[in-house]
Design a protein around this ligand. Sequence first.
Ligand code: ADP
Length: 484
Amino acid sequence: MASFPEKISSLYIDGEWQEALSGKTQSVFNPATLEKITDVSFGEKKETQKAIQSASSAFSEWSSMTARERSQILYRAYQLMAEDADRLADMLTTEQGKPLKEAKGEIQSAASFLLWYAEEANRLYGEWIPSSKRGKRLLVIPQPVGVVAAITPWNFPSSMITRKVAPALAAGCTVVLKPAPETPLSAIEIVKIFEKAGLPKGVLNLVTGDAKAIGETLLSDKNVRLITFTGSTEVGKYLMRESAQHVKKLSLELGGHAPIVVFEDADLDLAADLALASKFRNSGQTCICANRLFVQESVHQDFSEKLLERVKSLKIGYGKDEGTDIGPLINKQALEKVESHLQDAVSKGAKVLYGGSKGECGLQGYFFKPTVLANVNNDMRVMYEETFGPVIPVQTFQTEDEAIERANDTDYGLASYIFTENLNRAYRVMEKLEYGIVGVNDVLPATAEAPFGGVKQSGIGKEGGHHGIHEFVEMKYVSIKIKE
Ligand code: ADP
């Protein structure tokens, strides 16, 4: 394991690494071993104010640079991240727990956002509108919104940062980044990459510390023009309410409650393989991972056997050990939530087909066995709340209409998945699903070139694709009267 200093000055403001003014720190733990990794700075209101000030001062120069100049810095950051991928993945596993193979995949994905937005920076086009009146010229020009606050989660501590910061910088915005307290090390590394890539002072600032105080300061400052957030629906709603005071723009990636629907005409082996990949990736701590599995009655028995066989083969353990499929949950609260969902389901009649208890692998961390539940009903929390853990409830259905109705029966609308070999059915069902993302025989839809985002209570806005940069831009309409 890479060794870490006892204490890291993790506030990056106006191009300087610094400690909290109070000298306070916060510890970072390895969720697999519960060992302390290091202490990082605990910033509060004053540090956040300084970071906003620094981002505001840097805005004029950064937004005036050519798209090509900004693109080159992003491209250099991409190269630096790609070159250092192994070390970054190792660090990610240390602070987050996911298996190293998944951490490597995340670093690749994080780098791909840098590359994509290095390219998109050059393609932020405006419009020329043919006027209905003589002597008028109508233009629409894209301009960066200004200072952006990016608040990111611990489940994808690297890619959730680059997915926000890269398009913001590409568009000409400056940024105050607040990462999750569980995973500040990945954030520090990304900021160091930008520093090395030649990003001017003040363009990207990092504040680790008191989420509530940092959040309040970002919300109450009118210079912060946009909040881009990935996290719980509860915090997302709070940010939305509080953004009203200055009518800030918002981009929100919130919770999900993804259904997987397996039709009788599906390739059942593929469906079982991918249901496994979707549910148990990152120990079920992914906002687009399957939360509910609906299987058509006629293939239920066959599919369940295939799924169980695969679930039983999953190996729990330390993320850096060869062959580990499932790492720990991020913290005690996460483990307690999974346990309480399970108890609730069992007390209401659910049957545990496999798993159902803490995972034993000789380590102290927050491990939970991959778990499959049958006999579930809609009164159970697993069926209407995001479990964010390795538990999958399986239900059956009879008809296509019933499957669609049940898949849509949730306040969330992030990702959904269907398995069928029938193109007509795939098309019909895909159109009726009330979700921002639909995977057809696919459970890994997230990629830099495509728009990711939810509907209903899963969020507002898109990340990725050419769409993602538009979140950070205002379209200014210019009407010009000319003497002809
Ligand atoms: P989770 O429960 O999965 O950790 P959260 O929504 O609590 O999800 O966290 C996502 C991010 O939001 C983290 O960076 C966290 O520190 C931050 N956060 C939590 N509460 C607040 C708040 N009141 N204001 C601003 N950020 C917050």
